[in-house]
Structure formats: C-alpha cells, structure tokens
Write a protein that binds this ligand. Sequence first.
Ligand code: TXA
Ligand code: MG
Length: 346
Amino acid sequence: MHTDCVQADPSTLARAAKLLRQGEVVAFPTETVYGLGADATNPEAVRRIFAAKGRPSDNPLIVHVASVADVAPLVTHIDDRARRLMTAFWPGPLTLVLPKSDRVPPEVSAGLDTVGVRLPAHPVAQALIRAAGVPIAAPSANRSGRPSPTTARHVLEDMDGRIPMIVDGGACDVGVESTVLDVTGDVAVVLRPGGITPEMLREVLGEVRVDDSALRPLVTEQPRSPGMKYKHYAPQARMIIVSGGETARMRRMQQAYDEAERTGQRPVLLAARQRQAAFAPRAFSACGSVDDPTAAANELFAVLRALDAQDYDLIIAEAVDAQGIGLAVMNRLGRAAGFDIIDAAD
Ligand code: TXA
Ligand code: MG
C-alpha cells in the first residue's frame, strides 16, 4: 500500500474524510500526539487500526468527537461531573471514561462496558472529524512499542506502507498523550496523566485520585486501564532515571556516565538543556528546560526517537518534579525506563 503524506488543506481533508467514511485508516494531528483514526461505528475499520499498529485487541481505543453534542449517542448518560469537565477542558487533552452505549462496538471498547471520549483542540482534527461525519476511534499513530509520534515524519517512520494517508498538520503542541480520567465511580481517577493535570482537575471536581500506576510499575493483574499492563515504549538502550536534590542528582548522573564509559559502554545524559555545560564534554541530549516543564513534555518523544536511532547502551535521564504536567513526563520517562529510578538523595 502506498502511504500518501499530505499537508492539511480543504481538499486533502475532504479526501481523508472520504477514506474514513469508506472504512480506511488515516493518521491525523491532534494537540497531544498524532492519532491513527478510523470510523468508530465500523468494526471492520476499527480492526484495521489494530492491524496497522500491531496492537493487542484487548486494549481499548479513545473515540474522538467534533462537538460535545456528539458524545450523547456514544454513552448511556453524562453526569454533572462529566458536564463540568467538558465545559472546563474541552476541546483539549482530556479523555473521559464513561459508560458506553450500544453505538460503540466491542472492537473499540475491547469488550469493556465503558468508552473513552475526547474532543481534541487541534483545528485539523476537528475539521477532519466534522467532515467525516462519524466519531473517530484513534490510538496514538505509532507502531506498538514505539514512542508516540509528535510529527507527521514520525508517523511515516512507523506507518509507511501500512495506511493510505497521513494528514500533516505540523508538530503537536502538548507532546504527551491526553489525560485519561475515569468518571464512572464515586471518585474520579486519573488512569493516565497528561496535559490536564490532577491540580487542574481538582479545581473543578474537588477530590481526584491518581492511579498508583502513574509512577510505579504495574503489579496487579487487573489494571483499570488495559493499556497500563502493556510494556510501553522501551528504548533499545538500558535507561535509568536519577532523582534527588539538584546537586546530588547531577553528581550521581555524571558518576553513572563515567562508570559506564569505563566499562566500555556508550552512555548518554538526558536532561534539561541548561545542564549541558555542566555535563560537558559528555554525550548529552537536551529535553526541556529547568524553568518550563511543558517543554519537556513537548520534546520527550521526539528526543527518545532520536536517541533510539543512535547506538547508545545506557540513557541516564534526569528526573523532573512530578507536579503539574511533570507527572505526565515522569510517567512516560518511568515507563520507558521500567521505573528504574536511582535516588541520589540530597
Ligand atoms: O492524546 C491521546 O489520547 C491520543 C490522541 C490520538 O488522541 N490517543 C491515545 O490513544 O493516546 P492510545 O490508544 O494510544 O491510548 C489510550 C489509552 C490506553 O492506555 C487505553 O488503555 C486507555 O486510554 N483507555 C481507552 N479506553 C479506555 C476505557 N474505556 N477504560 C479505561 N482505559 C481506557
Ligand atoms: Mg498509545
């Protein structure tokens, strides 16, 4: 299959919408990461997503809509909490897990009685969903086991020959996937941290729990979000994270680097760009900025893809403060490193 990678404009969006209506899979930009979309009401189309991604079919997909009104047919009811969250954060990087209606085929929900729904903020995503005229099921547009794509080029790296079309809408804004919030129980639970932080959610809801899996490897057999049980992206190289007070942390990172080099390995340091001078002349890859945690979220997946293309044996990453969007960054770093975290203390 030839994969057409096209700039988003009215004529390419019309073509993409037509492909979606015909049951094909199209990759498109959202404000978080690129998605691999198909008609959520067409089981055959949804199966094509799993085939293109190489994804286990027991991991449910998020359904993307172009307006709040489009959620009603997908769910059995929308309670007051869900309404308030939609008003506060949609369009935007928040997925709400709600009780699903019969409109959502089991292929989308992986047999669960709930469905994740999201109204993305990206104008290209909105225009495409509207033009298709159907809700769009879409996971991140990476091959299973690779970092989520934040540019059309990343999608092409993973999907060339596997899907008919990629709509290029430039680099994604947030850079990590949406916050997944389960609002089916008494207390809302963050199943996956993302651009809408627990702090922001608490301002609207009061009490919000963060699932233990956010900063820890999963131990239970029955995760609340099936996606959590899969070993996510893991780099070719071994990866460790160093936490602790700034001075101790940086000293420990240098030690780990120098030890690795002495034993004949090729290490690289992954840290805020301001650290480069202090770490020189060691191999260094910048991710984010000490005073701007959103930059680390934005750059992380592209940096991990770039590191994977080089032949490092060990990636030594600097921990970030798990506050605000830093929680999403630490969650993705942690999963990439298998939560191998060294505490350098103070
Ligand atoms: O930002 C995003 O959310 C991107 C863009 C394309 O919208 N999509 C995305 O989809 O990251 P995906 O499939 O890569 O991740 C969806 C996550 C998985 O961990 C899945 O298990 C969880 O959401 N999920 C989906 N539906 C669920 C449900 N009904 N209950 C619990 N977890 C659910
Ligand atoms: Mg994904």
